[in-house]
Design a protein around this ligand. Structure first.
Ligand code: PMP
Length: 399
């Protein structure tokens, strides 16, 4: 009876806690710009039409057998093409060790465990700020964390000089966590030129780049363009690790479909690495779930459905870009003397508003607007219907 007496309640997750508070608020005016899940212009969750069609095609045809430990071969194949390119020499040469993962989180965690197993004394350099769960993931995988400069609060853009210094000053052969596109929470991505310099310096230092790509397609609307950082690194001859997720760009949040891949020196190494990734997965969850992977492979394996998907991703990105413009214009129309250019400069799902924790508290207490205390606004929760209300509230608390 005393087994769990010393267990204290865990600290609330800063992101998921916001949703809980939002749901508990009875106000009809309430707005949730906390969690990073896409909503349509009525604030409703979206299931993509390509997903609905894939489900109709799948219905009643699949059995319920286990997938192999590495997951759906077809899904993984299609997923690699999205990141590495349709005609990637690395795919052709079988140099990529890849397994289906429990979405992006599971891919990051599997990599962190892999890193710890084969480089037990290594560290991971993580950008400041980053998605809060990155810290939990590498902590629970027992990998020591270091940070590197990323966001500049003054410019609300990239602190490129400090970032480059941190890459140079890290011990040779360090692991670096990079967001491939649509950086969470800042919405600030390096330019193509800057990526080239980052790639060059990481190579010069013999660092290992690990890319977390949770938003491919959400930055520009085009998954191919959003892969440009990866492609630059590939061209420069890096070996790299990559986490991919279909949560956002296919709206498959709860299906937990993703992929972890590690580009290796040759096929033999890739076979070994893949077998070790599977070995890590086996005692954790044995093998990944079937249904979401089947949806993805059905869509990407069919030219017509893939085309529909690309159109729908573009549509989601466009709506968000439109809301950025609307939010900025509303603030300017209200006569706010502050600069809100960063709202439209930043890209992807989030706007790192620069609001202080105290200002966020006022938005919540006085206006029933919910977001994380770091001032991150999920643009996916902004709609034609609430953008005016949101702008007015932001204006009031920043006066
Ligand atoms: N990485 C980043 C940077 C993210 O923002 C997210 C989603 N919030 C993820 C990974 C993983 O999400 P999921 O596990 O749902 O794919």
């Amino acid at each position: 009876s005393s087994w769990w007496r010393n267990v204290e309640p865990a600290a609330k997750d800063p992101i998921l806690g916001v949703t809980e508070a939002f749901l508990a608020d009875p106000s009809p005016d309430k707005v949730n710009v906390g969690v990073g899940a896409y909503r349509d212009d009525n604030g409703k969750p979206v299931v993509l039409e390509c997903v609905r069609e894939a489900e109709r095609r799948i219905a009643g045809t699949a059995n319920m057998e286990y997938l192999p430990m590495g997951g759906s071969v077809k899904m993984v194949e299609e997923t690699l093409k999205l990141a590495y390119g349709d005609n990637s020499e690395f795919i052709k040469d079988k140099r990529i060790a890849a397994v289906q993962s429990l979405s992006g989180t599971g891919a990051c965690r599997l990599f962190a465990d892999f890193q710890n197993r084969f480089h037990p004394d290594s560290q991971i350099y993580i950008p400041v700020p980053t998605w809060s769960n990155h810290h939990n993931i590498w902590r629970d995988a027992h990998v020591t964390q270091r940070t590197f400069h990323y966001y500049h609060p003054g410019t609300k853009g990239l602190d490129f000089a400090a970032l480059m210094d941190d890459i140079k000053n890290a011990p040779n052969g360090s692991f670096f966590l990079l967001h491939a596109c649509a950086h969470n929470p800042t919405g600030v991505d390096p330019s193509e030129e800057q990526w080239k310099e980052i790639s060059y310096q990481i190579k010069a230092k013999g660092h290992f780049p690990f890319f977390d790509m949770a938003y491919q397609g959400f930055a520009s609307g085009d998954p191919e363009r959003d892969a440009k950082a990866i492609r630059i690194f590939l061209k420069d001859g890096h070996l790299l690790g990559l986490a991919q997720s279909y949560a956002k760009n296919m709206g498959l949040y709860g299906q937990r479909v993703g992929c972890l891949s590690v580009l290796c020196e040759d096929e033999k190494q890739a076979v070994a690495v893949k077998s070790q990734l599977q070995q890590l997965a086996r005692p954790m969850y044995s093998n990944p779930p079937v249904h979401g992977a089947l949806i993805v492979s059905t869509i990407l394996g069919d030219a017509e459905l893939k085309k529909l998907w690309l159109k729908e991703v573009q549509g989601m990105a466009d709506r968000i870009i439109g809301m950025r413009t609307a939010l900025r214009e509303n603030l300017e129309k209200l006569g706010s003397p502050l600069s809100w250019k960063h709202i439209t400069n930043q890209i992807g799902m989030f706007c790192y508003s620069g609001l202080t924790p105290e200002q966020v508290d006022r938005l919540t207490d006085e206006y029933h607007i919910y977001m994380t205390r770091n001032g991150r606004i999920s643009m996916a929760g902004v709609t034609t219907g609430n953008v005016g209300y949101l702008a007015n509230a932001i204006h009031e608390v920043t006066k």
